[in-house]
Design a protein around this ligand. Structure first.
Ligand SMILES: Cc1ncc(COP(=O)(O)O)c(C=O)c1O
Length: 395
């Protein structure tokens, strides 16, 4: 963007927060468990390229993405030694690009497998594959009825494949309501692993765990974990956080002093006041009649609306920080802007900073607080942050 053209909002990413979160996650892992940082969804909205180098600086050596497109973005900036894994979408013929670039990828159906073997033969280079198996989520993964064919194809093509991983994904490890389903999945995975072993097919890494599984079901950590949300400084759910607190002194140390929260939010999102005006008592504010001034008010506009990542469902609900005070969104969030109630803010004027996610040192607005209000998960709100908001790394 030209030097004289400004974005309506800005994102900063904290290097020290990434370090702290990586340190915390590694402390939860058993020895020799490899940490793969999940970078899908534009690194949970943080910015994929920026996050690659932040994770590398924090000594993370394995990165997971959803698609070939994301893998290509990572490959543009990553260190040679950092390993990339595609967990989801690839056109079958993109396995050629992955093989040439030594990118690992999931295989969960025969078409992709056969194409991968074809290109591995063509390039005389092994395809680095992770066989994903169905254990009960019913999303992707080879079902039982396909395992015989998978095993035979692997045995017949051993010189063209590098069996890097055997993997699966849990159907909601962040909620106790899914306990029995997750436990059944763990058992099923272990049975399938045994079946592969009996056929002399031993993966280099068994991996099944996301953030919630790694925290709440430590036996799922196996040889590698695929961690997203925790590394960005958020808990997968309140339940996961409370379970952690319960087994860690309820947030207190041995001397009964409150310990600092172990995770630190990486992202801050800020904008500026666009205009300030007064509204007489009884007037409606913004489109329609969803907000009526109960007294004479001072309102301000902020140039961030639902087209810029601030959900419309936060209408009359969202909270922001202006001049150290928490203020409320009033009326409906528009496409390009929102209106906030600054009646209680002294001396507020055009150009003053507005914090949508972050803190001013004392007051804090977190994604968790407003995603609960809007009934969205942290995951959704973060990953919907538009890619073109400028991102800047800070210490
Ligand atoms: C296959 C897979 N592994 C790992 C993750 C990371 O999950 P989390 O962000 O909860 O750690 C995801 C995210 O949904 C995923 O789809």
């Amino acid at each position: 963007m030209s030097k004289n053209i400004f974005s309506t909002s800005n994102i900063t990413l904290s290097k020290s927060a990434v370090r702290q979160n990586v340190r915390f996650v590694k402390k939860q892992l058993a020895d020799n468990v490899l940490l793969s940082a999940v970078l899908k969804g534009n690194a949970y909205g943080h910015g994929i390229k920026e996050m690659v180098s932040l994770f590398e600086t924090a000594n993370v050596k394995h990165l997971s993405v959803f698609s070939t497109q994301e893998a290509a973005e990572v490959c543009e900036v990553k260190k040679k030694s950092t390993q990339v894994m595609i967990m989801g979408w690839m056109e079958d013929e993109e396995t050629e690009w992955a093989i040439e670039n030594e990118v690992e990828f999931y295989v969960f159906e025969m078409g992709r497998f056969e194409t991968a073997v074809h290109f591995a033969k063509k390039h005389k280079k092994k395809a680095k594959i992770h066989i994903e198996v169905e254990t009960g989520m019913n999303r992707t993964g080879f079902e039982d009825s396909h395992l015989k064919e998978v095993i035979e194809t692997m045995q017949a093509n051993q010189e063209f494949i590098d069996f890097v991983g055997l993997c699966t994904h849990y159907a909601g490890a962040e909620s106790i309501t899914n306990y029995l389903r997750v436990v059944d999945q763990i058992q099923k995975y272990n049975e399938i692993y045994e079946l592969f072993k009996e056929n002399n097919l031993v993966p280099k890494r068994r991996h099944t765990a996301c953030s919630a599984a790694a925290m709440s079901y430590p036996e799922t950590q196996m040889d590698m974990v695929r961690i997203g949300i925790l590394l960005y400084g958020f808990w997968p759910s309140q339940e996961t956080f409370i379970a952690y607190q319960k087994s860690n002194g309820h947030g207190h140390d041995g001397l009964n002093r409150r310990v600092k929260h172990p995770l630190k939010r990486v992202i801050s999102w800020r904008s500026k006041i666009m205009s300030v005006k007064e509204v007489p008592v009884g007037e409606f504010v913004g489109y329609g009649t969803s907000y009526q001034a109960a007294k004479k008010m001072k309102i301000a506009t902020v140039p961030v609306g639902y087209a810029y990542g601030f959900a419309r469902s936060l209408s009359n609900q969202g909270r922001l920080i202006v001049n150290g005070k928490r203020v409320a969104v009033i009326g409906t969030v528009n496409m390009n802007l929102m209106i906030i109630n600054v009646t209680e803010c002294k001396n507020v004027s055009k150009g003053d900073e507005v914090i949508m996610i972050g803190s001013n040192g004392k007051v804090n607005v977190s994604v968790a607080s407003f995603s609960e209000l809007s009934n969205q998960l942290n995951y959704e709100l973060l990953s919907r942050l538009p890619m073109d908001i400028p991102r800047r790394v800070v210490i």
